[in-house]
Design a protein around this ligand. Structure first.
Ligand code: SF4
Length: 231
């Protein structure tokens, strides 16, 4: 069970509705390069990359897909080889048996139900075998049609530390964030939190002293130099 960071949000700051806009603006200025780390050039490559990224690092996926996408260009290509061959080709991403099975099931459905194209709506994406809410959210957002907010471990930790949610469950955290974050920012918001989480707000040792949000964050370990707003 992942550690809860809800209790860290104790310092008094302005209500979250007043803080969300400056939080997004400052993070966008701080991390202008905050985009998805997976490499892909088509919706199909995006979908495969995100499916392979479960339980492993993006850099690992990129190493595998560099060769994979030369060999497998269309949904049919994933079905044209024995499952064992596909398993070998994605072995380094871990959980290769389950991932190969999901990939083949997904390719089958893309061909049978979607004309070989990657669908755009959450409802359709969630029908694909092995595609859960997080994967569907990432794919929809990267295709320019975010319909929710991706919640991974960084998004969860930072949302809790920043006092944007008191929830533990990713679905409930997402619901809180969807009520709070302006819709045009649904796509970039998770990237901003993910990159800030990697570079500054580390799980064990958050670098509050050099954090651009330290006057907006109820979990900051930096003493406020001016009185902060009271809730
Ligand atoms: S690093 Fe920033 S966001 Fe994280 S706890 Fe410290 S002040 Fe808050």
């Amino acid at each position: 069970m992942a550690r809860s960071y809800v209790h860290e949000a104790r310092r008094r700051v302005a209500p979250k509705r007043e803080r969300i806009r400056p939080i997004i603006e400052r993070l966008a200025a701080e991390h202008p390069d905050a985009t998805i780390a997976l490499r892909f050039v088509s919706p199909l490559e995006l979908l495969v990359s995100v499916m392979l990224s479960a339980q492993t690092m993006d850099v690992n996926v990129n190493r595998v897909t560099e060769r994979l996408f030369v060999k497998y260009r269309r949904p049919e290509d994933y079905l044209a080889v024995p499952q064992e061959e596909l398993e070998r080709d994605i072995f380094a991403t871990g959980f290769f048996r389950q991932k190969a099975k999901s990939l083949r099931g997904t390719m089958r459905m893309l061909i049978d139900d979607f004309g070989g194209e990657v669908p755009r709506t959450m409802e359709e994406l969630l029908r694909l075998p092995g595609v859960a809410r997080k994967t569907a959210n990432v794919v929809a957002a990267e295709l320019g049609q975010p319909q929710g907010i991706v919640v991974d471990t960084h998004v969860r930790r930072l949302s809790q530390r920043l006092g944007l949610t008191r929830q533990e469950d990713p679905v409930k955290i997402e619901r809180d964030l969807m009520r709070l974050v302006p819709r045009p920012d649904w796509g970039r918001f998770p990237h901003l939190l993910i990159w800030h989480g990697r570079r500054v707000c580390d799980a064990r040792r958050p670098a509050c002293e050099r954090c651009v949000l330290n006057d907006l964050c109820p979990s900051s370990r930096v003493e406020a130099s001016v009185p902060v707003d009271v809730l």
